[in-house]
Design a protein around this ligand. Structure first.
Ligand code: ATP
Ligand code: MG
Length: 392
């Protein structure tokens, strides 16, 4: 059965009061954007608390579902049949045709659940439930009614037209991207940061990204991997503007001037400072990292505090309380895992000390950073002015 339309259900955005239309419009825009990428023409429309995507050409069902399952704000996708109101007898025929086409095997229990949006419809919901249930039982004697736990819930929505659906495919939840500002994701080639970006985008936040590249210590393949990861995240978040910062000189300078056990933490602090500057330029209001408490030396409470102190913007760490395995599970679910585990060095792994500090003292770190005074400001300017930007 080739469904002509999909009813898109949204959860959280339903409760936004007067702002509701902004959220609906953002969701419609994101749905249009996601359906543009696949074969087929769709009309996406909004009609009193309902969003519909209607096919205007042939399309591949699985492709549509996969695309819609990437759109934050969608609670459920219901492939449906929409029929004209041609009278009650016609509705009975339509429901029979629906059941016949959608369910090859009629051995199931069901219940009809009618909602009458159009109160002028001559039959009330209860009566419609009973009458449609009866015609189905009569035509398909293998079926049974179960009003408590039906295997198939047949939804009939009587509006100007009549919607019939029974398949409810879960969407990703969350809020439409673009309804909650923009943030800058520090995207490395690892497992954690793409997941962190996904989680914040899920809350409706638009994502820009920054990657600190250290050629020739990190290869072009490592950079390509980050570009690929940004593209994977963009399936959910919409286009990601990726900023690639050449970090080599700063890294070598830190390596040269600071105690080696503090390298990671000082490098991380300069990453935050540069990310913050780039955020101000592009209107991002927070930074996002893939840090999780205790995962490595640079992610102890003390290290996180030292990293935080380097910038004034809020830093979102959505995976902060996750175990590695939980982050891996999520990365598999969103499809970034395979790319994340490709074996190319990222710029931190090359400059790591054998015994990094795990409890950095902020005063001590700031004292070490004084050794950078002569050139660091100029180097940061250069790094910012030579950023390479790629739309992913
Ligand atoms: P990931 O899997 O995200 O790489 P990780 O466990 O390897 O995380 P770290 O290398 O300690 O963790 O980095 C912690 C966070 O710092 C990353 O999640 C990322 O947000 C940021 N980060 C680290 N290296 C880079 C880099 N080269 N470019 C951009 N961000 C980075
Ligand atoms: Mg990393």
């Amino acid at each position: 059965m080739q469904y002509k339309s999909f009813l898109i259900k949204y959860a959280e955005i339903g409760v936004k009061g007067k702002n509701r239309y902004l959220f609906e419009d953002a969701l419609v825009a994101q749905i249009r954007h996601s359906l543009k990428k696949i074969d087929g023409e769709f009309m996406v429309s909004k009609e009193s608390g309902r969003i519909y995507a209607s096919a205007e050409s042939e399309y591949d069902f699985d492709e549509v579902i996969t695309a819609l399952q990437c759109v934050f704000g969608i609670a459920a996708i219901c492939p449906m049949v929409q029929v004209e109101d041609n009278g009650y007898e016609d509705l009975k025929e339509q429901i029979l045709a629906y059941v016949d086409e959608v369910y090859e095997d009629k051995n199931f229990t069901f219940k009809v659940n009618t909602r009458r949006g159009n109160k002028r419809y001559p039959v009330n919901s209860e009566q419609i439930n009973r009458d449609l249930g009866e015609v189905i039982l009569r035509r398909f004697p293998e079926t049974k009614v179960d009003v408590h736990k039906p295997e198939v819930m047949l939804h009939v929505e009587v509006r100007t037209k009549i919607n019939i659906y029974s398949r409810i495919i879960p969407g990703p939840g969350g809020m439409p991207v673009g309804t909650n500002g923009k943030a800058m994701l520090l995207l490395s080639g690892g497992i954690d940061s793409p997941v962190a970006g996904y989680m914040i985008a899920k809350r409706g936040v638009k994502i820009d990204a920054v990657y600190f590249h250290a050629p020739p210590y990190t290869s072009d393949r490592a950079k390509q991997k980050v570009v690929d990861l940004a593209k994977l995240v963009s399936r959910y978040s919409g286009p990601v503007h990726l900023h690639i910062v050449n970090f080599t000189d700063i890294q070598l300078y830190i390596y040269d001037k600071c105690p080696h056990e503090e390298l990671t933490i000082i490098m991380r602090r300069y990453m935050m400072k540069i990310a913050e500057r780039l955020s101000q330029e592009c209107g991002a209001m927070a930074l996002i990292t893939g840090e999780s408490i205790g995962q490595v030396a640079s992610q102890t409470m003390q290290s996180l505090a030292a990293t935080d102190a380097a910038c004034t913007m809020p830093v979102f760490r959505p995976v902060i309380g996750f175990d590695k395995q939980e982050i891996v599970n999520l990365s598999e679910k969103i499809g970034t895992y395979e790319t994340s585990v490709l074996p190319f060095e990222d710029c931190c792994t090359i400059f790591v000390a054998k015994h990094p500090v795990t409890k950095p003292n902020i005063k001590m770190i700031e004292r070490s950073e004084e050794n950078l005074q002569e050139k660091i400001d100029e180097m940061m300017e250069t790094a910012i002015n030579t950023v390479e930007k790629i739309w992913c």
